[in-house]
Design a protein around this ligand. Structure first.
Ligand code: OAD
Length: 258
């Protein structure tokens, strides 16, 4: 790590001694895989839409083809993407810590593809749509959607059992988080020795509150982000850098592995 300072030394020592480590990731961790974050300007068909406005129950009710098309475009982007060095570093970190919990706000599967099992997906998963009436899971056709580069409007499919509309398997603004996943995440944050939040703007609740739960529980807290956030002054250390650069360095410095 460049200019290893006293704070970074503290983090490294805390990680080496930690029994419980929790990592919370956000869209920034997938940015280096080519998956746009929520605060990036949208492109193509979605250029004039704010991502937060498309991720709501009312947007889906108003224009299902627009919202389903947007999620299919995101799913196609993720299918074409590969995990990056940040995802791989977090998968490696799990091997060095007695109890490691990975919590993500991301709806992609790049952590899993990097080798992290049992990821707590607070905001659901693109790959798990379900019927909005009977909640039965919908299985996507094996072939990935063929879409124009800018995306397209697509009518959502219908449930094979009840005929109602299939909806994306994500948590929208205004919806509750999956209860057991949330309870597990909160409990892990409460009890951990070290808490890392990586690639998140820390703007969306209740996910953002997890860092404060860890702080209140006495954990060493570390933020990894190239940009400032509201957490800068609350965490033990705010490391300015991308997760694809900082996380592999942190793992290498802490446990001497590449
Ligand atoms: P955001 O898009 O709000 O924030 C992404 C963060 O990643 C920003 O703070 C960037 O500075 C940072 N970032 C960008 N590139 C990075 C990199 N290479 N390495 C590390 N950090 C980088 O994404 P989230 O915080 O995940 O919710 O957003 C939280 C939730 O708001 C999302 O899950 C979604 C969204 O609207 C729902 O859809 C319910």
């Amino acid at each position: 790590m460049n200019a290893v300072n006293a704070v970074v030394r503290t983090i490294i020592n805390s990680l080496r001694e930690a029994r419980r480590v929790v990592v919370l990731t956000g869209a920034g961790v997938s940015a280096e895989s080519g998956v746009p974050t929520f605060r990036d300007k949208q492109t193509g068909l979605w250029e004039h839409f704010d991502a937060a406005q498309l991720a709501t129950p009312s947007a889906f009710q108003r224009d299902p083809a627009l919202v389903w098309g947007w999620y299919e475009w995101r799913r196609a982007t993720v299918l074409a993407a590969q995990p990056n060095a940040g995802h791989r570093a977090l998968a490696a970190m799990a091997d060095h810590v007695p109890q490691f919990t990975l919590i993500t706000q991301n709806v992609d599967d790049l952590h899993e593809r990097a080798g992290s099992p049992h990821v707590l997906h607070l905001h659901g998963e693109l790959a798990r749509p379900y019927c909005e009436a009977c909640r039965r899971s919908y299985v996507f056709p094996i072939r990935a959607p063929k879409l124009p580069p800018g995306g397209a409007r697509i009518e959502p499919p219908c449930c094979e059992v009840c005929g109602a509309r299939i909806r994306p398997g994500v948590v929208w603004f205004g919806e509750a988080l999956p209860e057991l996943t949330w309870l597990a995440a909160r409990e892990a944050a409460k009890q951990c020795d070290v808490f890392l939040c990586c690639g998140t703007s820390a703007l969306v609740q209740p996910a953002a509150s997890l860092t404060h739960v860890a702080i209140d529980g006495g954990a060493v807290t570390v933020q990894v982000n190239p940009n400032p956030t509201d957490l800068d002054t609350s965490v033990t250390a705010a490391i300015r850098g991308t997760s694809g650069t900082v996380l592999p360095q942190l793992v290498a410095e802490t446990w001497g592995v590449k």
